[in-house]
Design a protein around this ligand. Sequence first.
Ligand SMILES: Nc1nc2c(ncn2[C@@H]2O[C@H](COP(=O)(O)OP(=O)(O)OP(=O)(O)O)[C@@H](O)[C@H]2O)c(=O)[nH]1
Length: 351
Amino acid sequence: MSPLKTQYRVDWLTGQLCDGSKESLYRESINERVRYETCLALILAASVFGMFAITDYYLLGLTREYYLLVTMCIVVVSLCLILAFVIARWGSYSHRLWLHALPLWILATGIILIVPLRPESLSTQVTAVVLATMAFYLLIPNLLRLERLQRNQFLLLHEECDQNHQLLKEITHRKSLEEQLRMVAERDELTGLNSRSHFMKRAKALLQRSRLEKMPFSVFMIDVDHFKSINDTWGHSHGDWVLTKIAEVCAHSLRPTDVIGRFGGEEFVVALPNTGPDDAQAVAERLKMKVAELPLKEEMSELSLSITIGIAIANTEEVDLEALISRADQALYVGKRDGRNRVVMCHEGQG
Ligand SMILES: Nc1nc2c(ncn2[C@@H]2O[C@H](COP(=O)(O)OP(=O)(O)OP(=O)(O)O)[C@@H](O)[C@H]2O)c(=O)[nH]1
């Protein structure tokens, strides 16, 4: 039989789970309820026995037999209450099962002992024993069935919990995968800046908002000067390092509301909402200066790093980001043509 089947199999004779660990788990789950019910049953039994003392008084009066019965009654009631206390305090259903079986054993022993101890009422006792035996025959299979049903119900719940847990794990895993995919789609791997597509999405939303609020809007196209020679002289890894440093310094020099992205290769793009020509010029000059001041690796000491920036300012009705970027690109081209390391602005209507 497969381990899974053994784990979930209920023994036909005992009504308990074949897998010990699952059985303990089940008992643990019903521990509190069983303890409460056993205590309640013992207290009820003690109360019923206590009431016998009253009925015996009406039947026998204050006779010797009555005192004997009352003494027995006190012993039984005390035993029931002590047992109820012990079970409530220490009667763990998963570890001290015998404590819970004790009341039944005492009852069974009592019934068996009545016969030799009270031979004068033999016929009544034989009837009682026969009835008790019949009751056991009727009760035990049903009790076993109940035990089995309860355990099956527990197993189903357990299985459902396991499945839910598994589902939750899968959902968390999928969410983290989605997050990773989103990061890959939205971030440029080398610089950590917005990817081109994500930049376009964010910049379009900003441009639209600026139009609605009738606020100025600028775009920068930034290109590293003579980057090919950096790669050729110090290798691609140094070229990559320069790109990350430029990205870092630009990102830190901009306002949180500005959006910067890597457009491809050694080209960056910036969208600046609420930024008119004067502010745009000042920001671009600052970026250019910061890049020129970047501390470089020792072996690159002879490199004079510079960037060229092309600026386009959106005209009052401009909604087309691509057109704006194209104008900034043309300004960049002019900057490159005129000697690089400069900021060139493409004014409204130009291009
Ligand atoms: N290290 C590195 N190099 C790149 C990357 N992307 C593009 N490049 C290189 O960047 C160089 C760009 O060269 P060009 O387009 O000729 O421009 P440039 O040398 O910067 O010259 P100007 O722009 O005219 O000043 C090419 O050699 C590309 O291979 C990158 O992610 N890492």
